[in-house]
Ligand binder design. Structure first.
Ligand SMILES: *Cc1c(COP(=O)(O)O)cnc(C)c1O
Length: 365
């Protein structure tokens, strides 16, 4: 094998970050276990229960039902499946246009009609627009707590009320935001609103090894709507989408949640928040249009030639649908790294002649 894994040094637009050392160690130890067969692999099954309990604490839910999924995509798909089981035959699900593309896969696979509501100017779900799309066949409404592009948090309690009035379930997608939001004033979780299901991914800001997503449900009966019989296993039923699953992902999630919840994640939130605020200020001083970072994602307008030049220099950066360069300030994105990035940005902007100020003032780092 002549490839080695690339370093995270210049990865600035990923929702993922290197796993925490305890997550890495647990992933290696439990590599050869399968939580999909708990009768044969009971220890990793116990770790999964622990992980779900702690994810419940993260999301403000006592006695949570749920499991460690392969990622946010599977968790969102399963949530749509739960909503469909709960609804009528011609079920539709209403999502804000800021929702992750995984809901399109879910709707496609499950034969559910997806209704997409425009967001407001700030990128949050627009209540009137959602209300207009909800009808008697609506089985689920989705709220995003930490959108993938801008880190926006939808008005979860109001969307929950809307869903309840329509007899639909409310799903919150906190795949990325779930480990930052507990330390903010946002109303986003099971304790804040009548939330039915939630996605919260340990393999993003939770610092578990991939694959470790999280699906939570307010009560066991919601999860049970996913049950299928499993004739060849000692355990008689299964709610997960995959059969064989990664014990590495499950064990790493359990280990890192034990290690970091809540104090370690609180410190992490403080650090990434400070970094995002600092970066937004630095860009603002240079004259860039910066989208105000609500959580730790900073998006700013950038000339396409500058963007391409930065990619050519090895910066792993990506753009939003509207073309802004988007920096996800995960724990590995330090001020030192961003200082180097800003130097390159200044140089490339000067080459192209975008008219942005370079290196303004002293003590920027
Ligand atoms: C990343 C993300 C997902 C998808 O999760 P995967 O683990 O990549 O499958 C879903 N929703 C949101 C908000 C995300 O940020």
């Amino acid at each position: 094998m002549d490839e080695s894994p690339q370093s995270f040094d210049r990865v600035l637009s990923s929702m993922c970050t290197p796993p925490h050392p305890v997550a890495r160690e647990a992933a290696e130890r439990f590599l050869a276990t399968n939580p999909g067969d708990p009768a044969s692999f009971p220890s990793v099954a116990r770790l999964e229960e622990r992980a779900v309990d702690t994810l419940g604490e993260v999301a403000g839910l006592d006695d949570p039902a749920g499991y460690v999924a392969s990622g946010g995509t599977e968790a969102n798909l399963q949530a749509v499946r739960i909503a469909r089981e709960h609804g009528r035959n011609d079920a539709n699900v209403v999502i804000p246009e800021s929702a992750h593309f995984s809901f399109r896969k879910a709707a496609d696979l499950l034969g559910v009609e997806l209704r997409v509501a425009p967001t407001d100017a700030d990128g949050r779900a627009n209540l009137d627009a959602v209300a207009e799309l909800v009808d008697a066949d609506t089985a689920g409404v989705v709220a995003v707590a930490g959108t993938t592009e801008y880190g926006r948090v939808d008005p979860v309690p109001a969307l929950a009320d809307l869903a309840a009035d329509a007899g639909a379930l409310l799903h919150v997608d906190a795949a990325w935001g779930g480990f930052e939001l507990p330390f903010t004033d946002h109303a986003w979780n099971f304790a804040d609103a009548a939330v039915d299901t939630m996605t919260v991914d340990p393999h993003k800001l939770g610092r578990a090894a991939i694959p470790a997503g999280g699906l939570l449900a307010r009560e066991e009966s919601l999860l049970e709507s996913l049950t299928v019989d499993t004739p060849y296993l000692e355990s008689r039923t299964q709610v997960t989408l995959p059969g064989t699953r990664s014990g590495a992902g499950v064990a790493s999630a359990a280990a890192v949640l034990d290690e970091l919840w809540p104090d370690g994640y609180r410190d992490q939130r403080r650090r990434i928040r400070d970094t995002a605020g600092w970066l937004a200020d630095e860009l603002d001083r240079r004259g860039y249009d910066v989208v105000d970072p609500e959580l730790s994602i900073v998006a700013f307008d950038v000339d396409t030639r500058v963007f391409e030049a930065l990619r050519d220099e090895g910066w792993r950066v990506a753009r939003t649908g509207d073309g802004e360069l988007r920096i996800v300030c995960g724990p590995h994105v330090t001020r030192d790294v961003l200082g180097e990035f800003l130097d390159d940005l200044d140089r490339r902007a000067a080459d192209v002649g975008t008219g942005h100020r370079a290196n303004p003032g002293a003590g920027s780092r």
